[in-house]
Design a protein around this ligand. Structure first.
Ligand code: UGA
Length: 442
């Protein structure tokens, strides 16, 4: 029994699941990861992480080698192997509405539950609309041969892409939604290393646990859009939003994190989470409570349009037949994720207005190429900037922050730059002969 207790499974091996599986093995548990996508299983089993996540490959290969970590596509194997199963599948935005697409979560439960003929625990980690877990718990009780001996808890995940390993091993809090002492005890056992570190551990009901996640992301998105709204006002008033943000940040009730003005938020989480949250509030009859998130979304979208406008203004009012260089394709640095990427959105819009747009990104090129055949691609910053009449910095990779304005000036047609992430020093770039424009600054 003691041995079986240290065995867990992780269903879904995307950003969340692959990181969770590798980190749980790192903490000493025996882990079997499952994905229905055989290419992911093949890649992970061979020690290759199918996306860019600093530090994950080392943890993966170390734990494959010591035998604590394996991957499979076979639900029967998973059901026999472990008595605690973590659900880590994706919940993207639906194609036909703003609501979350729960088909992957439902498919995972429908595949796993009928195989559970012994007491088991399922811990959901995916981001779901409030109320989902309660519905899934009923479904599991119906489908599982072990009936009520299969229990469901919900423990949302707060990891940031690019910091996945660190955030999983040392989260800033652990939340578990459950009213079952058995589920709570299992979580305490599985989180013992974090509890020893003094990381806060909160036990809530299922609905609160689901809500913690979406409300955290809604707050973060709101903070970004707040400062971007201040950037809009600053642009109109001739103020400097970077100085403004700095001055705000010294009030520790406000704080400086997620107060970075620029092109705004993208990615696979914040945009779709606030939309799904609004859709759920609507269903619950409390639509007005979250109507401010519509503004948060609108402010965010306006930053993209504004960036296009600034660039167009710099080259005399039209993109038709012009040459444009774009630095950045990922939705943020240290990631190759291009889901709802503000950078690619801006690049595509400019291309659709008639410019020839060449994009460079240190990690996201391959993905960008697949999804955006409307753009050209380069394999270095200088190549992307070659002959450009305007350069746009749209993802703040360190490589771009550290760019040498003199080197870049040698290859462009005109030294004009739009700093969509407020990543460069305006004074320095101007002193090197560049026409420099940014969001929210004179
Ligand atoms: C986000 C949350 O930060 C995580 O806590 C959460 O677990 C995760 O979503 C999730 O739901 O799974 P992530 O999508 O990896 O994490 O990215 P963030 O680091 O939050 O950045 C989101 C976007 O906001 C990026 O496009 C970034 O460029 C932008 N951003 C961030 C700003 O525009 N300004 C800022 O000051 C900060």
């Amino acid at each position: 029994v003691a041995e079986s207790r240290s065995r867990i499974s992780v269903i879904g091996t995307g950003y969340l699941g692959a990181t969770h599986a590798a980190c749980m093995a790192e903490l000493g548990f025996e882990v079997l990861g499952l994905d229905v996508d055989p290419t992911k299983i093949e890649s992970l089993s061979a020690g290759r992480v199918p996306f860019y996540e600093p530090g994950l490959e080392e943890v993966l290969t170390r734990n494959l080698a010591n035998g604590r970590l394996r991957f499979t596509s076979d639900y029967t194997e998973v059901a026999e192997f472990a008595d605690v199963h973590f659900l880590c599948v994706g919940t993207p935005q639906r194609a036909d509405s703003n609501a979350a697409d729960l088909s992957y979560v439902e498919a995972a439960v429908d595949s796993l539950a009928p195989l559970l003929d012994h007491p088991s625990i399922i811990i959901g980690k995916s981001t779901v609309p409030v109320g989902t877990a309660e519905r899934l718990a009923k479904r599991i009780a119906e489908l599982a041969p072990a009936g009520a001996d299969v229990e469901l808890g919900w423990s949302p995940e707060f990891l940031r892409e690019g910091f996945g390993v660190e955030d999983t091993l040392h989260p800033n809090r652990i939340v578990i939604g459950t009213d079952s002492p058995r589920v709570e005890a299992a979580m305490r056992r599985l989180c013992a290393p974090q509890l020893d570190e003094g990381i806060p551990f909160l036990v809530t009901d299922l609905a609160t646990a689901e809500l913690v996640k979406v409300s955290a992301n809604a707050f973060l998105a709101t903070k970004i859009s707040f400062i971007n709204a201040m950037a809009e006002v600053s642009e109109a008033a001739g103020a400097d939003v970077i100085k403004l943000a700095e001055a705000l940040s010294y009030d520790d009730r406000i704080g400086g994190k997620f107060l970075g003005p620029g092109l705004g938020f993208g990615g696979g989480c914040l945009p779709k989470d606030i939309r799904a949250f609004m859709a759920r509030a609507d269903e619950l009859g409390v639509e007005p409570a979250l109507s401010f998130l519509r503004e948060v979304d609108a402010i965010n979208q306006r930053r993209r349009a504004r960036t296009v406008d600034i660039a167009r203004g710099l080259i005399g009012g039209s993109f038709a037949g012009r040459t444009v260089g774009v630095l950045g394709a990922a939705f943020k640095p240290n990631s190759d994720d291009i889901r709802d990427s503000p950078a690619l959105d801006v690049a595509s819009t400019i291309a659709s207005l008639g410019a020839v747009v060449t994009v460079y990104d240190p990690e996201a090129l391959e993905r960008a190429q697949r999804e955006h055949p409307d753009l050209r691609y380069a394999h270095s910053m200088l190549e992307a900037a070659r002959d450009a009449e305007v350069v746009l910095l749209l993802t703040e990779w360190a490589e771009f922050r550290d760019a040498d304005p003199d080197e870049l000036a040698k290859v462009v047609a005109e030294p004009r730059i739009v700093d969509g992430r407020n990543a460069l020093d305006p004074q320095y770039w101007r002193s090197r002969g560049w026409t420099y424009r940014a969001l929210g600054r004179p």
